[in-house]
Design a protein around this ligand. Structure first.
Ligand code: NDP
Length: 246
């Protein structure tokens, strides 16, 4: 039996891409899921699919950039399932643009969703994990959290921040038996490019992203990190398409 069986897992950004694939993978291994994102129709459809396949999932419409909504998400998971074993802070946006274009609103939304969303997710689950002296926080960074590309200054800034925050959390919470994992995907075939507003840049990036692999590859990596024995922490993983150079 997988050690994922019966674990209560919250997944943010579960309405598409990596989050959705992760939900399906973990549900198939017996996890009890709480799915979060803003698009209710997608969450509802995913919940139904998981339930039809014999899995367990609830959902709660949540904007990760709201501290209050993230606290309510954790409260909901505790009310429905009595504990939170794993938090997957996956929600993110990537409206790439060069700095000189001054797309201030897009900078704000990347900082609010990609950095503050992760912090609020940690804040919401940490008290109950510390109390139980058990838990696992998985934060989705990116290859752009290791390397900076043209037009990725702000996005990379947010993803470098996710890695720094997760490493800090690891050091602080190791003695409380709380595991942390940074997942850094390379190019994955999802809807992420939709948030790029510069149409010329978007079509260039769509072209180079044709090498993207299925989000299920990341879902399997998340499952691998969770299913290790509790004294083993997979702290960081980079998962790229084999043919991706950078
Ligand atoms: P998608 O666009 O398919 O998924 C993004 C998810 O984030 C959606 O479910 C979206 O749901 C959710 N989301 C966005 N903003 C918010 C918000 N304010 N509150 C709650 N949920 C939100 O892209 P991916 O699956 O690719 O992205 C998942 C993560 O993977 C991101 O953090 C991304 O940066 C990272 N990543 C992706 C790579 C790729 O090549 N695809 C590479 C490296 C990292 P909704 O709109 O319904 O709220």
């Amino acid at each position: 039996m997988s050690t994922i069986q019966g674990k209560v897992v919250i997944i943010t950004g579960a309405s598409s891409g990596i989050g959705e694939a992760t939900a399906k993978e973990l549900a198939s291994k017996g996890a009890k899921l709480v799915l979060a994102a803003r698009r209710e129709d997608r969450l509802q459809k995913l919940q139904e699919e998981i339930q039809q396949n014999g899995g367990q999932a609830f959902y709660k419409v949540t904007d990760v950039s709201s501290h209050e909504q993230m606290e309510k998400l954790a409260d909901y998971a505790l009310k429905e399932f009595g504990k939170i074993d794993v938090m997957v802070n996956n929600a993110g946006v990537m409206p790439l643009s060069p700095v000189h274009q001054k797309k201030i609103n897009e900078w704000d939304s990347m900082i609010d969703i990609n950095i503050k969303g992760v912090l609020y997710g940690i804040a919401a689950v940490l008290p109950s994990m510390r109390e139980r002296k058990e838990g696992h926080i998985i934060n989705v960074s990116s290859i752009a959290g290791h390397l900076v590309f043209p037009a990725s200054a702000v996005y990379s800034g947010t993803k470098f921040a996710v890695r720094a925050i997760t490493e800090g959390l690891r050091i602080e919470e190791a003695s409380n038996n709380i595991r942390t994992t940074i997942i850094s995907p390379g190019t994955i075939a999802t809807e992420l490019l939709e948030s790029i507003s510069d149409l010329e840049l978007k079509s260039e990036i769509i072209e180079v992203s044709k090498i993207g692999i299925e989000p299920a590859s990341i879902a399997r990596s998340v499952a691998f990190a969770i299913e290790q024995p509790s004294d083993v922490a997979i702290n960081e993983m980079i998962i790229r398409p084999t043919i991706q150079e950078l």
